[in-house]
Design a protein around this ligand. Structure first.
Ligand code: PMP
Length: 364
């Protein structure tokens, strides 16, 4: 519909139009139940069918094996920064963190309260434009886990493959908040994957955790019940009232991703969109610049600056006039950032690139 904008926000972010329309038509009276999903008991048959289908569809999308639990939780990815060390290690245990941006850094800082985390690689001095090579990392011998942020939302740096923990009993843990379900992932490489929903798969308020079942049941004694993965796994995410409506929305998105042909197809579309945008930046003869190393540029968040930085405000103003909004870079780094998650249509990227070329021709 013509009253919608192209929303390049980093999250909460644009959702698929067909999902919004489906939610709208279901809103008043879900499947003849006489009520909306927001009004249903989370223990009733209707809501159970919704959460079970959401889980089944997510398992199909990511090919999640039976020995992994899928949890729909609250508190955002930030809560997982604490839940992960609380569940996976003792206070004296060493764990390793790769810091490729501010989210990895926040995860590391939170873990300091609950165990002995160590930063074994940081991109900070280079302003977070790369990720470490998977081979040759100096990992701690007894690290219970190795944590990384698969896609740093602010800096636009994305792992394309993943290191293997050198401790045979250690596991890889990944924050996939901003590239969850944007491409196929081999879940078996990870002990735990977590993702806030509000970028690629739903509204804010749901955080998805995928965790290998043998890691459950060792939470530190003081772990709040709401942060204990075992409790949530045993209760199929229904220990207490879950974020029902958000889970329902995630379910609609999963259904839509399956209808598109699954994550291989989704990745193809994402590569195409990102390719068009990065090419436009790289071919602007320096008018636009993306600082990120080419091999690890994010398919989801595309940060760039204008050589004439005094033009950035004008760029944002004119873009908004043409119904392309939320292009301002994160307040900590400035510049421009176009987030082009799954639900950003190719038309949105084409329109942005056409605008960028026109803007350059008028201001070069
Ligand atoms: N990790 C990443 C990669 C993120 O992008 C964000 C949110 N922007 C967070 C963690 C924090 O998520 P939340 O706000 O859901 O706690």
């Amino acid at each position: 519909p013509q009253d919608r904008v192209f929303n390049f926000a980093a999250g909460p972010a644009t959702l698929p139009e067909n999902v919004l329309l489906k939610a709208q038509s279901d809103l008043y009276n879900w499947h003849g139940s006489g009520m909306s999903v927001m009004e249903m008991s989370h223990r009733g048959r209707d809501f159970r069918s919704i959460i079970e289908k959401a889980e089944v569809d997510l398992r199909t999308l990511l090919n999640i094996p039976e020995n992994y639990a899928v949890l729909f939780l609250q508190g955002g990815a930030t809560t997982q920064f604490a839940a992960i060390p609380l569940n996976l290690c003792r206070p004296d245990d060493t764990v390793d963190y790769l810091v490729t941006g501010s989210w990895g850094d926040k995860a590391f800082k939170e873990a300091q309260k609950y165990c002995k985390p160590k930063v074994i690689w940081s991109g900070k001095s280079e302003k977070y434009v790369s990720v470490p090579l998977c081979d040759g990392l100096e990992q701690s011998a007894n690290a219970k886990y190795l944590h990384l942020c698969a896609n740093e939302t602010i800096y636009g740096v994305e792992f394309k493959d993943y290191p293997v923990p050198s401790n045979p009993s250690g596991v890889l843990v990944a924050d996939m908040s901003s590239n969850f379900c944007s491409k196929p992932v081999d879940v078996t490489e990870f002990g735990l994957i977590y993702a806030g929903a509000q970028k690629n798969v739903g509204p804010a308020g749901v955080c998805i955790v995928i965790v290998r079942k043998d890691l459950l049941g060792n939470a530190q004694e003081l772990t709040p019940v709401m942060l204990d993965y075992k409790i949530h796994a045993e209760n199929n995410s229904l220990y207490n009232t879950p974020p029902c409506f958000g889970i329902y929305m995630c379910g609609l998105v999963f259904e839509d991703l399956l209808k598109q042909g699954g994550l291989e197809e989704v990745e193809k579309k994402n590569k195409k969109k990102a390719g068009i945008l990065y090419n436009a930046i790289d071919e602007s003869t320096g008018f636009y610049k993306c600082p990120v190393e080419k091999s690890v540029r994010s398919l989801m968040n595309v940060p760039f600056t204008l050589e004439k930085s005094e033009l950035e405000a004008e760029f944002l103003r004119e873009a908004a006039k043409e119904k392309m909004v939320e292009l301002k870079g994160h307040r900590s780094v400035g510049g421009i950032r176009a987030s082009i998650y799954n639900a950003m249509p190719l038309d949105g990227v084409d329109k942005l690139v056409a605008f960028m070329k026109d803007f350059q021709s008028r201001h070069a």
